[in-house]
Write a protein of this length. Structure first.
Length: 748
């Protein structure tokens, strides 16, 4: 392969469609006689519906019907049919199927009308009375009831077995720390809100335009729940306006649109409001008790990490929260524990680097605290405890370039100039602080299929059901296919997010580049072999005896390696063979053998500078430098965007983001962008993104580790550690808001 595009910075191939409004999102598809549905939210967090009076709603002109649990349709009875591909153990929430209230703002009715305005008006008029029961929504109150999940969630490892004598190693060392860190619930808040336009095709078939990270997941869920044949349900999610994990699972809007469509035999659209986005899943609130000890040389001797995480009453949502603490640094004594506590909320949902973003945040703050206690520079401290193996699983890494990340980022940041003591750097009226942290995220490859079609006009069509949730999948697949066949990127059309296309799993876990990228590579290999066969058979072919290894595909031609004149054009070879199109199929498999022998992670080092107004407590993140090693970087431009996004979310985690529940009511009170703060431009200073060269042939067939999540891991800790360095104040309860900073005493 001649790499003309792979590895080069390329703009998003769908960028023009997006900025000109031509890329259509789920709520933008139209259908004849389209009906509009609006949900009615529960006013209580737990209890039951006593009565629903829809008379006033039905009196509004244009209202067609009000659905409640009273007219639950012909749907599946057993939980397994309601469980989607990424569901955790438990009983998935079933919209409008019961009078029981499981969480505040749970949908209790669906109003369907000829216009969205009529549906919204009428939804406000549905009178619901409740029998209220006591609810529990405060994780801090439930810690004593926390339990180890009896059933494991697929794909999420349990904590490793304890190793060494932790208590002895803790007691014996001169420097130690035991502290509790808290992270509040956070909501994903993608720009595009959930929406489903369910088109009634008239012959028993439905087409769902749905905002999802997994068209195939939504299709199988809808088919199972409603007892439909899969071939009669098509799900399209061609463009997705951000998701961050909340789009992994099918949402109530998809269920409700299909339910109404089947009942009314018409097309129905159901969109969620920003407020309703707060009922779809969240990063669970977590509490972390961390114990660390080190000897006088700063060698880590013991690590304990007890994590308690929120889940819903009905499902045991799980993520890898604490295992990172046994993996990131070398320590002979490690004991990790992970427990859940049930709350009366909707089920939490994976959110960018689920588990790692929270667990590594706590660990990296604790490491900073211990390094300070031992009087060692925090970067030097991490270097002294560098882990050469994955001690949790006792496996070597396929590659680990964290040291190179440390070196590159520290150099770019000018870390050498940092004064060791807190409050030692000041500029004008502001305290300046420099902090750092490390990050890691799994490198995964999942079962995925792709189809590539080459036409005689030397145009290429690349197809897979995988989505592009804004991560750059369209672009990297176009780059891979263009290079594989030696064509310009303009010759390649990529089609994604459609169940009519070859099966792929949800886009998540940062696995899509490795998985779909491999599937497309293999589909192109298929085409290359076919093309060469045609070229060899041409009369007087200069390639008559050539094998695949002897030729290069470049400039629209197949030619002998090093002899560009001795070759034939792709179109010429196809026309001579009288074929109109060549279809290639490719599949990526999870690398099971590799996974048995090796651990594989993307790694990062992130450095942050803050400036703190001592009197007002205002924190500004003025500079971040992040170096990432994630195997092969397919496109430095879209890759950089992923890291930028992760760091911005990390700044939000450090300073702003918090879903606030009024526990008296059990209801989220800041379910809008005025009250739920995500970083705005003014909150984000300079961010420098560095990619460390890493060639790793073992991690995945195309050497890619994935980048969607690693950017957020460690970012908030770097900011928190910088705040400590600036102020001498350690706030362990995130986000670090002005009030907390002003009310915390200096420890140094
Ligand atoms: Mo990711 S949190 O698997 O979308």
């Amino acid at each position: 392969m001649t790499a003309r595009h792979v590895g080069q910075a390329r703009s998003r191939v769908e960028g023009r469609l997006k900025v000109t409004g031509q890329a259509r999102y789920a709520a933008e598809y139209d259908a004849p006689d389209l009906l509009h549905g609006c949900l009615v939210p529960s006013r209580i967090a737990r209890g039951r519906i006593a009565s629903i009076d829809a008379a006033a709603a039905l009196a509004i002109a244009g209202v067609v019907r009000v659905f409640t649990h009273a007219d639950r349709g012909d749907v599946a009875r057993f939980d397994f049919r309601w469980r989607d591909m990424v569901a955790p153990p438990g009983s998935p929430f079933r919209p409008l199927q019961s009078h029981e209230i499981q969480f505040a703002d749970q949908p209790v009715a669906l109003v369907v009308a000829e216009t969205w305005e009529a549906a919204r008006d009428a939804a406000a008029l549905v009178e619901v009375t409740y029998e209220q029961a006591a609810h529990r929504t405060d994780l801090h109150q439930e810690v004593d009831n926390a339990y180890r999940p009896p059933r494991k969630r697929f794909g999420v490892p349990r904590p490793p077995k304890p190793r060494g004598d932790v208590d002895k190693a803790f007691a014996a060392e001169p420097f130690k720390l035991r502290a509790r860190y808290g992270l509040p619930p956070q909501h994903h808040n993608p720009m595009e809100m959930f929406a489903t336009t369910c088109v009634w095709e008239g012959d028993g078939r439905l087409t769902l335009y749905d905002k999802t990270q997994g068209a195939t997941n939504v299709r199988s869920y809808i088919a199972k729940v409603f007892g439909l044949k899969k071939k009669n349900v098509r799900v399209v999610s061609a463009y997705v306006g951000g998701a961050f994990g909340v789009g992994l699972r099918p949402q109530a809007n998809a269920f409700c649109a299909v339910m109404a469509s089947l009942a009314l035999k018409r097309s129905v659209r159901v969109c969620l409001s920003r407020r309703e986005m707060f009922t779809t899943g969240y990063r669970p609130d977590t509490l972390h008790t961390i114990g660390l000890s080190c000897d006088s040389q700063g060698r880590l001797r013991s690590v304990t990490h007890d994590g308690v995480a929120a889940t819903s009453r009905h499902e045991d949502y799980q993520e890898n929260l604490v295992n990172w603490s046994g993996l990131l640094y070398r320590s002979d004594s490690v004991r990790l524990d992970y427990r859940l506590a049930k709350l009366d909320t909707c089920t939490p949902c994976d959110m960018r680097a689920p588990g790692a973003a929270s667990g590594v945040n706590a660990l990296e703050c604790a490491i900073d605290e211990l390094a300070f206690a031992a009087g060692i520079d925090p970067l030097e401290f991490r270097r002294r405890n560098y882990a050469e193996r994955d001690a949790n699983d006792d496996k070597p890494f396929t590659s680990k370039s964290l040291e190179a990340c440390y070196a590159a980022a520290a150099d770019a940041f000018d870390w050498r100039r940092r004064g060791l003591a807190p409050r030692s750097m000041r500029e004008g009226g502001e305290l300046v602080g420099w902090g750092m942290a490390s990050g890691a995220w799994d490198a995964m490859t999942m079962l995925s299929n792709a189809r590539v079609i080459l036409k005689a006009d030397a145009s290429l069509l690349v197809e897979t059901a995988a989505s592009d949730i804004g991560t750059g999948t369209y672009t990297i697949l176009a780059q891979i296919a263009a290079d594989a066949l030696g064509l310009p990127m303009e010759a390649v059309t990529v089609r994604l997010g459609d169940t009519d296309l070859p099966w792929a799993p949800v886009e998540g876990g940062s696995w899509t580049a490795a998985s779909s990228g491999t599937a497309v590579t293999r589909a192109c290999d298929d085409i290359r072999a076919t093309l060469l066969r045609h070229a060899r058979r041409m009369t007087g072919s200069p390639l008559a005896d050539a094998k695949l290894d002897d030729v290069v595909f470049d400039g629209g031609r197949i030619a002998r390696r090093g002899e560009p004149a001795r070759g034939v054009g792709l179109g010429e070879a196809m026309r001579t063979a009288q074929v109109e199109r060549i279809e290639g199929k490719g599949r990526a498999w999870p690398p099971v053998l590799r996974m048995m022998k090796y651990a594989s992670y993307a790694q990062s080092a992130v450095f942050a500078e803050v400036r703190v107004d001592e009197e007002l407590g205002v924190v500004r993140v003025t500079r971040v430098v992040c170096a990432t090693a994630a195997g092969r970087i397919l496109n430095p431009k879209t890759a950089r965007s992923q890291i930028l996004g992760g760091i911005v979310m990390g700044i939000g985690m450090a300073l702003h983001e918090e879903t606030v529940t009024d526990h008296r009511l059990g209801r989220v009170v800041n379910h809008n962008f005025a009250d739920y703060h995500v970083p705005a431009n003014a909150d984000v200073g300079d961010i420098e993104v560095i990619f460390v060269d890493e060639h790793d042939a073992k991690t995945s067939p195309i050497g890619v580790k994935g980048l969607g999540e690693i950017g957020i891991v460690g970012a908030a800790a770097a900011v928190a550690n910088a705040i400590f360095h600036a102020t001498g104040k350690r706030v362990r309860d995130f986000p670090i808001t002005i009030d907390k900073l002003l009310n915390t005493a200096e420890v140094a």
